[in-house]
Write a protein that binds this ligand. Structure first.
Ligand SMILES: NC(=O)c1ccc[n+]([C@@H]2O[C@H](COP(=O)([O-])OP(=O)(O)OC[C@H]3O[C@@H](n4cnc5c(N)ncnc54)[C@H](O)[C@@H]3O)[C@@H](O)[C@H]2O)c1
Length: 342
């Protein structure tokens, strides 16, 4: 069995930590995480048992730091580029770090990859690059119409990856994953925010009418899709392609909020209407037949089951979310966004 060596940028984030777990479980892969630990990135998002593996290495630094990359790219055969700032609300409060971390860092990473020995690059893009569904389900030919500053910087990085595959023959594949959820997601994000608010008997703030719908993808299924692209025998046909990853079903924010309250035995009086997010995307729903055809991938977990498991995980893992909610940056965000420290 030929051993592989994968660099995961942004590997100390939510999705990255699940990808680390999956790759280490294989037993044939050395994993290097390059992460700047910009808020909300924290090394302890990766469970300690994984960090102790002899096949795991952590390097703190920017995904676009060419000096650092000059060394690291000599030691790996594949790169999964996940590093990004990811909170839409925060990108509306201030765009600067999103341009730097999502767009500029990607540009510098792709430049460093040109001429390197790396044979596969998986660029993690997002369904947010499409904006609200103009047709359903949304396939990869859907127009790109990002509606938030976060989505726009991600769309820029997505197109940069494509342009590098065309101009420099960079072996890059673009995966556009829909909304991921599951254990170890930061409590600023919707499902953990609602769940931990409910556990604390705090309001669940629903934007506008609560009818916005997303295609919710279990994070383990998202990590499995990245893994299948990293390990597929013949990568050449995938270069320069965009591939969606979603379930083909969508659920509204109201539905999720009510399910969380019901599972935790909390009253509906905790539901509070909040002014709608500017530029809020109304609906995202994936067509993922290309992933099935080219990568043999299909999501395994139904949202109803995954959501219940996620709610239970937060109930049982107070240590994870309490420390994150106590961070002064979490308090500053809730004060700026909801008008009170939560
Ligand atoms: N979570 C989702 O629903 C979802 C859906 C589709 C795509 N994605 C994409 O997946 C990737 C990971 O998302 P996530 O939910 O794990 O986010 P996250 O915010 O939990 O993690 C992102 C990580 O990237 C690191 N980072 C940010 N900028 C960096 C830089 N310049 N250099 C090095 N590290 C940097 C952070 O420290 C953090 O650890 C992102 O690219 C995101 O756009 C996420």
């Amino acid at each position: 069995m030929k051993r592989r060596s994968v660099l995961i940028t942004g590997g100390a984030g939510f999705v990255g930590s699940h990808l680390v777990e999956r790759l280490l479980k294989r037993g044939d892969t050395r994993v290097t995480v390059l992460d700047k630990l910009v808020y909300p990135g924290r090394l302890d998002t990766i469970p300690r048992s994984l960090r102790r593996s002899p096949d795991f290495r952590f390097v703190r630094g920017d995904a676009g730091n060419k000096k650092l990359l000059g060394k690291l790219l000599k030691e790996v055969d594949s790169v999964a580029h996940l590093a990004a700032e990811t909170h839409v609300d925060r990108s509306i409060i201030s765009i600067d770090t999103f341009v730097r971390n999502d767009f500029v860092a990607s540009a510098h990473l792709f430049e460093a990859l040109v001429g390197s020995r790396v044979k596969r690059i998986i660029h993690l893009s997002t369904s947010e690059v499409y904006g609200s569904a103009q047709k359903v389900p949304m396939d990869e030919t859907h127009p790109l119409a990002p509606q938030s500053p976060y989505a726009a910087t991600k769309a820029g990085a997505d197109r940069l990856a494509y342009s590098f595959s065309e101009t420099y023959k960079l072996p890059a594949l673009i995966l556009r994953l829909f909304n991921m959820y599951g254990p170890r997601q930061h409590p600023e994000k919707l499902i953990p925010f609602f769940t931990t608010n409910a556990l604390l008997d705090l309001p669940l703030y629903v934007y506008g009418p609560g009818t916005a719908e997303r295609d919710w993808l279990w994070v383990g299924d998202g990590a499995a899709l990245i893994e299948s692209a990293l390990f597929i025998e013949d990568f050449a046909p995938l270069i320069g392609q965009e591939i969606n990853g979603g379930t083909g079903k969508s659920f509204s924010i109201n539905w999720i909020a009510e399910r969380i309250l019901a599972r935790l035995g909390k009253p509906k009086s905790l539901l509070k209407t909040h002014k709608d997010r500017p530029g809020h995307v109304a609906r995202l729903i994936a067509r993922s037949t290309k992933a099935a055809r080219l990568l043999g991938w299909k999501p395994a977990r139904r949202f109803e089951q995954g959501l219940d498991e996620t709610i239970d995980w937060y109930k049982d893992n107070e240590g994870f979310w309490k420390t994150r909610r106590e961070d002064k940056r979490f308090k500053e965000y809730t004060r700026a966004w909801y008008g009170k420290k939560l």
